[in-house]
Design a protein around this ligand. Sequence first.
Ligand SMILES: O=C(O)CCC(=O)C(=O)O
Length: 273
Amino acid sequence: MVYTPSSTELATFNRDGVVCLRGVITPALTDILAKGIDECLARPGPKGRNFNTDGSPGRFAGDVFMWTFNDHIRQFVRECPLGDIAAAYMSSARAMLMLDQMFVKEPNTPSKSPWHQDQTYMYADGEQLCSFWVAVDPVTRESGAVEWVKTSHASGTLYKATGFDPNITYETDDYADLPDIEGHRQSYDIVSFETQPGDVILNHLRTVHAAPGNHTTRRRRAIAFRYAGDDARYVVRKKGSRPIREPGLQPGDPLACDIFPVVYPRSQMAVPA
Ligand SMILES: O=C(O)CCC(=O)C(=O)O
């Protein structure tokens, strides 16, 4: 499929660094993704963890590279249109899946997701980098809708990475200190989107964002799918997070390989069935 973004949505993405696309994922694929999430919660992968290790209530669970060990997530990755859409928004001939990353906030989980950019945790630098935030439950502000600082991708500034789990630190000293956004919210143009299953939020990997806790009795199960285009180059950050296995790339290499597989064009689909 060749996906063509509407000119309004493309302009919004380029200007703001974030856009909400409605009704992109079919109910059947949403069900497959929900099954995969529940299986990964029950049987986490090697990097699966709870972020709220500080004794706070509820459960804030994360996992990564689930497509490598969970059949439902892998089926979703192969069949969903996100790679096609990513290639179109990135203006790239190809799209590679760089990471799938789960963020589940179970009912009454006040844990916040800190302000951060995705790029400083990620395995590539470049302009053609984007991510989709996909929830399988209806999401409201009260249940933890992600908040985005509009235009924060535009200057190219990279900020030090912040650990979601207070016990994890990153050494990304070469990057700028993140400003105190929470303390000066009125100085920023912050947007959030309430979503239904099927909707996705597309962000540039430099767009700064955070999320409140889930203060409802409903689940908030989400996965972010991070994609890279042809201009992305492999990077090893100082004490940054590492992929689930070493990709066998040198810094500066193009990304496509078995753990950063091509997903678009579909004729080159490298995620195994
Ligand atoms: O869902 C969340 O709470 C955080 C999501 C996020 O930070 C991300 O997608 O990078």
